[in-house]
Design a protein around this ligand. Structure first.
Ligand code: ADP
Ligand code: MG
Length: 254
């Protein structure tokens, strides 16, 4: 087995809503360069934990590190900058932008570096051309090039997921996090989404994705972490996790 090299480490992360403990995770790691799946029955706390890791929500207790830097109390934008982490979210506002405009936005929220460039028109133009060229390459890869001037809102559910992924790649992230990337996607596109995730890994990107269906994750995941009732109840390679009686019970009991 390769030497552990965690890109994310979370400890004692706790989030409750009133009397309901949604997340009570003692320890969690994501290994660099691997595909990690976070699975569990509905209501297990997966999305709540995901939102804590990405900075979209704040825990009552706990701390987590990205590349050794604490991300506690850090906004999603800063998480993205500090860690070069990207999540996939397509909001309503973005539906009213075209596919190519969405892609440009993916490059823009890299921020910081553009401060100097923005004040030098020649550099600005070169940067624009670079961004457009990169967007075109990615749109072709995700079979969205023909749709580049259409509104994102007019895309099918599956195509939106592909756009979210393509847009995230505009900033060369070190890690991507996806909450149920396959949800609402028709089966014909599911395989293609899985292949894109594998391709990310082959390019050295660390992937963490949340998924309800354990059979969906088996083919592509290096490591599976199982949550139930807010806690991590098992983890390991896909085959052994799926045979774990505690895991089967958690799914049946849900
Ligand atoms: P999963 O993504 O695994 O299906 P969630 O993280 O969405 O689970 O939910 C975990 C638990 O926390 C559920 O019982 C859910 O009802 C509760 N919960 C999630 N978000 C909130 C919230 N904003 N307010 C109150 N309860 C919530
Ligand atoms: Mg969820």
């Amino acid at each position: 087995a390769p030497k552990p090299d965690p890109i994310v480490i979370a400890d004692k992360v706790h989030r409750h809503f009133g009397g309901l403990t949604a997340v009570d995770v003692d320890h969690f790691e994501v290994q660099r360069g691997a595909i990690t799946a976070l699975i569990g029955p509905n209501g297990a706390g997966k999305s709540t934990f995901f939102n804590l890791l990405t900075g979209f929500d704040k825990p009552q207790r706990g701390d987590w590190l990205f590349n050794g830097n604490s991300l506690k109390g850090v906004s999603p934008a800063k998480v993205a900058r500090a860690g070069k982490v990207r999540t996939f979210q397509l909001t309503k506002a973005l539906s009213r932008m075209t596919v190519i405009e969405n892609m440009r936005l993916g490059a823009a929220d890299q921020s910081g570096e553009n401060f100097f460039v923005a004040f030098v028109p020649a550099l600005w133009k070169a940067r624009e051309e670079e961004i457009t060229a990169k967007a075109h390459v990615l749109l072709k890869r995700f079979k969205l090039y023909e749709k580049k001037d259409e509104f994102a809102g007019s895309l099918s559910g599956g195509q939106r997921k592909l756009l979210e992924m393509a847009r995230a790649l505009m900033s060369d992230p070190e890690m991507v996090m996806l909450d149920e990337p396959m949800a609402g996607v028709n089966p014909a596109l599911t395989e293609s989404l899985l292949d894109h995730i594998v391709k990310l890994k082959n390019e050295g990107v660390t992937v963490l994705f949340v998924e309800h269906d354990m059979h969906m994750v088996r083919r592509i995941s290096d490591w599976v972490v199982v949550m139930a009732q807010g806690q991590i109840i098992a983890e390991g390679p896909p085959e052994s996790v799926m045979l774990n009686p505690q895991v089967q019970e958690a799914y049946l009991g849900a």
